[in-house]
Design a protein around this ligand. Structure first.
Ligand code: ZN
Length: 69
């Protein structure tokens, strides 16, 4: 791991959010990295499950979205 600062969840302080989690924040919420949510907090926010969010990430990946990898 190198380059770029580590991003933490703004709500529960979980650290080291992955690129895919950050991408999902950008896609679904906003581009402000200061207020990123982890999977757990996002699931609560959208009243869904972490599993569903992971499926969404897979879907965006398949579309070739550059935010995910
Ligand atoms: Zn969190």
């Amino acid at each position: 791991m190198s380059g770029g600062k580590q991003i933490n969840c703004a709500y529960c302080d979980k650290d080291g959010l992955s690129k895919n989690v950050i991408g999902l924040n950008k896609k679904l919420i906003h581009q402000q990295v200061e207020r990123m949510m982890c999977m757990t907090c996002m699931a609560a926010y959208f009243e869904t499950t972490e599993e569903e969010l992971k499926e969404m990430i897979e879907g965006f990946k398949q579309q070739g979205c550059a935010l995910f990898g």
